[in-house]
Design a protein around this ligand. Structure first.
Ligand code: ZN
Length: 357
């Protein structure tokens, strides 16, 4: 199998840290997975006299979306090699100069966490290719139904977790409180899973993170905040913390609710999503769409909305704009096509990082 297995993803991350000791740092996540696996992340960037802003990128959250790990491992390797050799980077028709690469790694720290859900990826690659959740049996209640194992990690973050209260009765958020939901079971409580607590820990370790990208598949989109409803920038009180709007969220095209996002943040989010799509388009002409998460489908408990929500809930936290890449048109493209998608998405991500300046 040309896709990396979980041992190979972990060893790729570790060998990059070994090969580039001056510009990378291996980070060990504190919580083992449900099945006891320790995960690692990689911080890359040129040493700097002052703390730098940070872009955090995670992948391998949904088990079956195999190529997400490869996308992040290759991007880290490409940037480290180009910086060491003083070269630029070329992805098909999208080209970055040596100056751009050097400036990027001087200005920013990039934190890559390519395999958030190792248990799920192993199960998907060896037992059930379409497996999505982690492998937590805790909420199966002794059921022998295999669907009752696991939590959808990208519904387990603390954002409108009580979706039954938050959303309108007629809304259709893609989330479930039923442990036997095969796809989108949110878990018994926000951050019930070690894998999502690891992501939260990583954010806490890098308080200067300003941008967060969660790499998923599929639909050829670049999603930005918010995912629970349409965006609005005129009524600050109409927001996810305000219980006055419980039972009103999640409906398209209505006036009862839209999620508040300050105008400058809304504009920046769109610009960055467009930059990603432009960089990607240059590789071989694919047209990914910049969309708010809600325009894919309404959600709660996702990583991108959680990271952006943090500074509204706690003003001590820095502001983090959240994004979700949805690469490709299937979960397991033939490897030859996946290699092209890696180039597409990595070009988009480099352009995205440059656009944060
Ligand atoms: Zn996904």
């Amino acid at each position: 199998m040309p896709y990396l297995n979980i041992t190979e993803v972990e060893s790729a991350v570790a060998s990059l840290a070994t090969a580039y000791p001056g510009t990378s740092e291996l980070l060990t996540l504190p919580e083992p997975s449900i099945e006891g696996r320790t995960a690692h992340a990689l911080k890359i960037g040129a040493p700097a006299p002052v703390p730098k802003s940070c872009v955090m990128m995670i992948g391998g959250v949904h088990a079956r979306e195999w190529g997400s790990c490869e996308i992040l491992v290759h991007l880290a390797a490409d940037l480290l090699e180009a910086q060491r050799d003083g070269t630029g980077l070329g992805y098909g028709g999208t080209v970055f100069t040596a100056d751009q690469v050097r400036n990027l790694l001087q200005r920013l720290d990039l934190v890559f966490f390519p395999l958030v859900n190792p248990d799920g990826r192993l199960f998907s690659q060896t037992a059930d290719p379409m497996w999505r959740k982690n492998r937590d049996p805790a909420n199966a209640g002794g059921s022998t139904n295999p669907d009752c194992v696991g939590v959808d990690l990208n519904r387990n973050y603390d954002f409108l977790f009580d979706f039954a209260t938050a959303f309108a009765p007629t809304a259709t958020p893609q989330v479930s409180a039923d442990p036997c939901d095969q796809q989108v079971y949110e878990g018994p409580s926000a951050f019930s899973e070690p894998e999502t607590r690891n992501v939260r820990w990583l954010l806490d370790q890098f308080p200067r993170t300003g941008w967060f990208v969660d790499v998923h598949s599929y639909s050829q989109d670049m999603l930005y905040n918010w995912g629970d409803d349409e965006n609005q920038s005129v009524t600050p009180a109409m927001n996810f913390r305000n219980s006055q709007y419980d039972g009103k969220r999640g409906l398209p095209g209505d006036v009862a609710y839209a999620e508040y996002i300050p105008k400058t943040d809304a504009d920046t989010a769109v610009l960055l999503a467009e930059a990603f799509c432009q960089g990607l388009h240059g590789v071989r002409g694919l047209a990914y769409k910049p969309l708010s998460g809600f325009h894919l489908y309404p959600t709660s408990g996702t990583s991108d909305d959680y990271v952006f929500a943090r500074h509204f809930v706690d003003p001590e936290q820095g502001k983090v704009l959240g994004f979700t890449v949805e690469w490709g048109t299937q979960f397991h493209p033939p490897w030859a096509e996946m290699q092209r998608i890696v180039l597409d998405v990595d070009a988009g991500l480099v352009r995205f990082c440059l656009a944060t300046a």
